[in-house]
Design a binder for this molecule. Structure first.
Ligand SMILES: Nc1nc2c(c(=O)[nH]1)N[C@H]1C(S)=C(S)[C@@H](COP(=O)(O)OP(=O)(O)OC[C@H]3O[C@@H](n4cnc5c(=O)[nH]c(N)nc54)[C@H](O)[C@@H]3O)O[C@H]1N2
Ligand SMILES: Nc1nc2c(c(=O)[nH]1)N[C@H]1C(S)=C(S)[C@@H](COP(=O)(O)OP(=O)(O)OC[C@H]3O[C@@H](n4cnc5c(=O)[nH]c(N)nc54)[C@H](O)[C@@H]3O)O[C@H]1N2
Ligand SMILES: [Mo]
Length: 776
């Protein structure tokens, strides 16, 4: 469906009145009133609930309102009074619903009862829980465990996730892909090689002590807005903030704290980025090589002048490995090559290098702009190299900070959701529960997709998420999905993955985290891990959306009981009765991280997992922090010699959480009314003989001969670097080849998809006619 696109460049700060207005609009749209609104003050508080939006840290001393615009949207989305009831499903076939947009599907509201797809009528019909569990268990028993996929989306609690991985492993497989395979898997692969831990080292307190922040490829204003508060305090202290992003994201520019009445009234924003650099997408390795080159030059000069060194030589000598190779690479790389790949001038990069060189304590923040490239792991390694040069790891005010996605995505990994059994104490699990753990490596998300395409998967179980919309190559994956024998979705809202049905499909609606969860042992709490590796308890209090919902923990337990017939000893029912017992089991499995978990989980600010790198202990192959030399300067690793091929960035708007589309307004980018947009540099538009407002189609440039095309996009002249395009995910996932992924982690390279652009045939407007964009 096509909607008119309105564009009006937005120059207001992030936060401020704009976010307040948006909050009110979304509350009324989701029909959230009274007691539900009363939940907001409990958000991210000790003894409250942990936000279901992003994984940003929860401070020990929270604000009165410790939530952001997008956190509130996520809360409203969960507490909506809208319901997708059995009546709704009786009225629509899945074929019909497949024609609906993502927004309209989820906007029907919360799912209310378990359902099974009826192939005869092509409708979902209610089924009793008992019948659903029994039928799923019966079916699962007939499959080869290696042909079953257990996906997790990153939201389920530590307790549910621990049980889920145990269920999969007792069943007999490590096929445990999760959303992090499309996200920060690059981090999980890269950081252990560099510093021996798979997660970031920064804690909230570091923001209070740092004097320099480097930020690469993360959109704070939309995707982790609560981080704006520590950033604002840092900016007010005069901390230099160097932001590298092909797009000028409003969140990094200025911020008005909606919780500060004086600032709200004066309207005078805090300036965040002290410098904003717009490199080409995939240009980061080149940028950082240039910055490293600048540091080396400054260090040479300092040594010659007998002044204090710029490099932290003592740290490098004592703690690091591989510096000489790295140094050689940096010295021999010429500025021409750096400038060409970075898309920034030598002067700009040297400027950044000089500011960084002055910092006593620096933090490096990054997001999908680094991880979702073919050489994402090299980009992350390069960022760590920059920190190591100045000894910026393992000291207060320093460190590396991958900003995680889903609210418990990091924690799911910590408690064993991983395709690689080497990352999990599987022998201990085997001993604790009396089973022989599977040793074969399981599927990541991309490998699960490949297996589906090759008919290697019989069943898919999804603990949340919207797998089919989130993965690449939609046009290939949807037909492959139809060949599955069984699909089971544990979900809160209807999405497209539920509508592409398998031979047998179940939709199992669960409680959300904000809802009261009462079991035999009374009201329960659950726990999760934030981006700074702090663990928090979360207590739901809202009335459940329907009396027929079960908790994720109960659903996993019942599925396991119905499926597993072996001798394994797992007290599933006791666990469901009292989640504290699951935490005891987690603590026994991972004593170092989770000892005394039940006693510690309400600690204000969460309790910290011990991370060796924070103490300058390096669990790497060399026992040192490793400088890693990147394989190329261009993280997209493409030939780059055809100026009709563009690098497409697929990204999020301010009005979505992944495939959950809250609305059609990307306020910070000034885009309203439609998501079918492609942003392009005005010079490129002219060079290609196009006009802003034209109806265009993108086609992927891939060697596999498979056609991939997205038509019906409106072209918008926008401030993006030449040679690149930007458009929204998931609409454009059809363009991303499954094989186009990060080398080590297999994370889809969603930030530089090689595409061509052309006007759609028959569009008269391209020839100078009326543009399709309405000014607001
Ligand atoms: N409200 C809201 N919050 C969210 C989410 C959401 O959808 N909505 N999603 C959650 C999830 S799962 C995740 S993983 C995170 C994602 O949060 P982010 O990491 O912020 O993800 P994106 O919005 O995909 O893109 C990040 C930024 O990378 C920039 N970029 C693209 N290519 C490059 C490049 O080559 N180099 C550099 N330097 N920058 C580049 C883009 O312009 C964009 O600003 O947010 C989480 N939080
Ligand atoms: N092209 C492109 N593709 C991308 C990305 C990109 O930047 N570009 N980003 C990637 C990233 S970073 C990620 S993390 C993935 C996201 O992939 P997923 O995590 O699979 O997708 P979501 O959109 O977060 O899942 C939304 C669904 O989760 C269900 N849900 C919500 N809350 C709950 C709950 O409490 N319990 C349960 N059981 N279900 C719930 C609802 O039914 C909702 O429809 O997408 C990836 N895909
Ligand atoms: Mo993510």
């Amino acid at each position: 469906m096509s909607r008119p696109l309105r564009h009006h460049p937005y120059d207001a700060p992030s936060g401020g009145w704009g976010s307040m207005q948006s909050l009110v609009r979304h509350a009324s749209r989701q029909q959230v009133w009274g007691s539900a609104l009363g939940e907001l003050p409990r958000q991210n508080k000790p003894d409250g609930f942990m936000c279901v939006s992003c994984a940003w840290a929860k401070p020990a001393e929270p604000h009165a309102a410790e939530f952001c615009e997008n956190g509130a949207k996520a809360t409203f989305w969960e507490l909506t009074s809208k319901r997708a009831t059995a009546d709704f499903f009786a009225r629509h076939t899945t074929e019909e619903l497949r024609g609906w947009e993502d927004f309209d599907l989820e906007n029907e509201g919360r799912l209310t009862c378990p359902m099974r797809h009826d192939p005869e009528t092509d409708r979902y019909l209610p089924v009793s829980w008992d019948e659903a569990f029994a039928a799923i268990g019966r079916r699962l028993k007939t499959f080869d465990p290696d042909r079953v996929v257990f996906y997790a989306s990153g939201r389920a609690s530590l307790e549910a996730s621990y049980m889920y991985q145990l269920f999969a492993r007792i069943y007999g497989t490590n096929n445990l892909p999760d959303s992090s395979n499309m996200c920060h898997e690059t981090t999980s692969k890269a950081l252990p090689k560099s510093i021996g831990v798979p997660v970031g080292t920064v804690e909230l307190d570091d923001f209070e002590h740092t004097d320099c922040i480097l930020a690469f490829g993360q959109n704070v204003g939309s995707n982790a807005p609560r981080m704006l508060h520590p950033l604002q305090r840092a900016a007010e202290r005069g901390v230099s903030m160097l932001v590298f992003n092909p797009m000028r994201e409003r969140g990094w520019l200025t911020f008005v704290d909606p919780q500060n009445p004086a600032q709200m009234l004066s309207g005078r924003p805090t300036r965040l980025a002290s410098r904003y650099y717009q490199p080409r997408p995939a240009g980061d390795i080149a940028v950082m090589t240039g910055m490293a080159k600048t540091l080396l030059a400054l260090d040479d000069a300092a040594q010659a002048a007998g002044e204090p060194r710029v490099l932290d030589q003592a740290f490098i000598d004592e703690h690091c490995h591989g510096f000489e190779d790295f140094e050689r690479m940096v010295r021999k790389t010429g500025w021409d090559e750096i400038e060409r790949n970075a898309g920034l001038t030598r002067e700009a990069i040297e400027d950044a290098g000089r500011i960084y060189a002055r910092a006593e304590r620096a933090i490096a923040i990054y997001g999908m702009g680094l991880t979702q490239h073919r050489l994402g792991s090299d980009s992350v390694g390069m960022l760590v190299n920059l920190l190591l040069m100045r000894g910026h790891i393992g000291r207060i005010g320093t460190g590396i900070l991958p900003v995680r996605g889903h609210s418990n995505v990091q924690g799911q990994r910590t408690v064993g959701i991983a395709d690689d059994p080497a990352l999990v104490p599987i022998d201990r699990l085997g001993e604790m529960y009396g089973f022989a753990p599977p040793r074969k490596k399981g599927f990541t998300t991309v490998e699960a997709c490949e297996a589906m395409l090759e008919d290697g998967v019989d069943a898919f179980i999804g603990l949340g998420g919207n797998f089919l919309r989130a993965v690449p190559d939609h046009a290939r994956m949807e037909p492959a999905w139809g060949r599955l024998k069984l699909a089971v979705h544990v979900a809160t809202r209807l999405n497209r993955s539920h509508l592409v049905t398998a031979e047998e499909t179940y939709l199992l609606p669960c409680l959300g985290r904000l809802e009261e969860d009462v079991q035999a042992g009374g009201p329960q709490v659950v726990t999760m891990e934030d981006s700074t590796a702090h663990i928090h308890a979360s207590r739901g209090r809202a009335r459940p959306a329907s009396p027929d919902l079960l908790s994720e923990i109960r659903i996993v337990a019942e599925l396991a009981k119905a499926t597993l017939s072996g001798a394994a000893r797992v007290p599933w029912d006791d666990w469901v009765a009292d989640y504290g017992r699951i935490r005891d089991a987690i603590a026994r499995t991972f004593p170092e991280d989770f000892h005394d978990m039940n006693a510690r989980m309400f600690t204000p600010g969460g309790f910290a997992r011990p991370l060796a790198a924070r103490d300058r202990r390096w669990n790497t192959d060399t026992g040192k922090a490793n400088f890693r030399t990147p394989a190329a300067l261009n993280a997209s690793f493409d030939p780059d010699d055809d100026d009709t091929v563009f690098r497409l960035i697929t990204l999020r708007s301010n009005d979505q959480f992944n495939t959950t589309i809250y609305g059609y307004r990307d306020r910070f980018r000034g885009i309203d009314g439609s998501r079918m947009v492609v942003m392009m540099n005005p010079d490129d538009i002219a060079r290609m003989g196009l006009v802003s407002g034209a109806r265009v189609a993108l086609t992927t440039v891939a060697e596999d001969g498979i056609p991939r095309r997205k038509a019906g996009l409106t072209l918008l002249a926008y401030d993006v670097p030449k040679g690149c395009l930007a458009a929204y995910y998931p609409e454009c996932n059809v363009l991303v080849p499954l094989s186009h992924h990060e080398r080590d982690s297999l994370t889809p390279a969603a930030k530089s998809v090689p595409v061509r652009i052309a006007a759609e045939v028959g569009d008269a407007r391209v020839r100078g006619g009326r543009p399709q964009i309405e000014a607001m």
